[in-house]
Design a protein around this ligand. Structure first.
Ligand code: THU
Length: 131
């Protein structure tokens, strides 16, 4: 799967986002080594703090289906003018399983930046920190 196809998979999740409070849909798609793709969207809640981001929806789907150590890349897409950078909580959750995950961060016009989780979350606290 190409980077652009993974971004497209993230974009296709925008219509599934449940965003009655923010009106800000986000889509994510996580590619694994065997070619499987776990998608996600943000799912908001009337108790705002219970909202789940798109990235964490995709992450939880992957881990709960047995994919936790074969992640190749995640695409994140929004509809805004700016690139849809992952929030701090999502960076931290991703770090647990893939400290240097390749990230494709897209904006509404489909353009995307290729970066890594390591670049976005340097000196992170992770499993090794507990040893
Ligand atoms: N959101 C995500 O889904 N991912 C992020 O990394 C940033 C924020 C969602 C949460 C909320 O539903 C909306 O965007 C506005 O914050």
């Amino acid at each position: 799967m190409t980077d652009r196809e993974l971004v497209q998979a993230a974009c296709s999740m925008l219509e599934r986002a449940y965003v009655p409070y923010s009106g800000f849909p986000v889509g994510a798609a996580l590619l694994c080594a065997d070619g499987s793709v776990f998608t996600g969207c943000n799912v908001e809640n009337a108790a705002y703090g219970s909202t789940i981001c798109a990235e964490r929806t995709a992450l939880l789907k992957a881990v709960s289906e047995g994919h936790r150590d074969d992640w190749q890349a995640m695409a994140i897409a929004g509809r805004g003018e700016d690139y849809c950078w992952p929030c701090g909580s999502c960076r931290q959750m991703l770090y647990e399983f893939a400290p240097n995950l390749k990230l494709l961060v897209a904006r509404g016009d489909g353009d995307f930046v290729v970066t890594t989780l390591g670049a976005l979350l340097p000196h992170a606290f992770g499993p090794k920190s507990l040893k």
